[in-house]
Design a binder for this molecule. Structure first.
Ligand SMILES: [Zn+2]
Length: 322
């Protein structure tokens, strides 16, 4: 796997040279110094499909916009992309190899935060569909052939499920209770969203390393993953999007635990919904989502550095207490 080293360098984007901002601003040891941006799917794996776009391409496009914004806002932050083109990360020909590569790259890069960007579907092919509805009955025929038949009307239906949700890895925390975090059972998402379940093939969750990571996650990463996920959903809500909330899952999302750092998977919207597909593909929509994610990162960073940005303030003024 020697070629991985070269790929790693190629995919690692250090910020451009030039004068650094005044020291002491955003260099807290507790903050995010390296962020891993993971555009979901790629290459042979298109992810879910809309009428005219694929999840892999929408995720890549928004990931690159997010990375550019982060580079501008946090010039000292190192940004590592798991992919910058339409390929399966690592160049393998299975989804499992790609998941493995993503987690490995994140860990070797010593990321402080892992953010995977995805799009959802509601379990149906995109596009309008015909709905037939019973509206009454009538009698046809004569004499003993006379009988009642149903009357139907047909109309065009549209998939209306819309909005965002964020997933964090389901730590085995008996005592953990939070109103903000929902527990979504296994299978519920995987069957409908187009997210693969092949991560059970990619990661050995019983290896000593995985068990150690799970303990670390519980102790150190769960709270910060939940914090970042909650901030992301809050920013989407402020932008007028529908937020289905923050969920914790295990199956189909183990890449989050395989990365030894706070990690969040964001479903940015439904490609099965025509209106939302247009939004997710528009310059305006992509910029808005990238800004929402940036704002969540800004608040996350400020919280870790011990000077959280007041939510109410940041709604109305961009200044906060920065
Ligand atoms: Zn996906």
């Amino acid at each position: 796997m020697i070629f991985l080293g070269a790929l790693f360098c190629a995919l690692t984007s250090f910020h451009a040279g030039g004068p650094r901002p005044a020291a002491g601003k955003a260099t807290s040891r507790r903050g995010v110094r390296t962020i891993i941006i993971d555009p979901g799917h790629g290459g042979f794996d298109t992810g879910t499909k809309g009428l005219f776009s694929t999840e892999a391409n929408v995720a890549l496009s928004i990931s690159m916009k997010l990375g550019a914004l982060i580079a501008e806002t946090f010039p000292d932050m190192k940004i590592v992309y798991t992919r910058t083109t339409d390929v399966m990360p690592g160049g393998g020909n299975t989804i499992a190899s790609g998941l493995n590569y993503r987690a490995d790259l994140a860990n070797r890069s010593r990321g402080d935060l892992f953010i995977a960007l995805h799009c959802d579907n509601d379990g149906h092919p995109a596009g309008p569909f015909t709905v037939r509805r019973l509206i009454g009955h009538k009698y046809v025929g004569k004499g003993r052939h006379r009988h009642r038949v149903p009357i139907y009307e047909t109309y065009e239906g549209h998939h209306t499920r819309a909005g965002t949700e964020a997933f964090i890895w389901k730590a085995d925390r008996g005592g953990f209770k939070s109103q903000a975090i929902n527990d979504r059972g296994e299978g519920e998402l995987s069957d409908s969203s187009g997210e693969s379940n092949s991560d059970s093939a990619a990661f050995d969750m019983n290896s000593p390393e995985a068990i150690m990571r799970a303990q670390l996650y519980e102790q150190k990463y769960f709270a910060n993953s939940a914090l970042f996920a909650t901030l992301v959903e809050d920013e989407f809500t402020k932008a007028g999007r529908t937020s289905e909330g923050v969920f914790q899952r295990d199956e189909g999302i183990r890449v989050l635990q395989a990365t030894g750092m706070p990690s969040v998977l964001v479903e940015m919207g439904f490609l099965s919904n025509v209106e939302e597909e247009k939004y997710l593909n528009s310059e305006e929509g992509q910029n808005e989502i990238a800004h929402n994610l940036l704002e969540a990162l800004r608040r996350y960073q400020a919280t870790l550095e011990g000077h959280p940005i007041n939510t109410a303030d940041s709604t109305t003024s961009g200044t906060g207490n920065q």
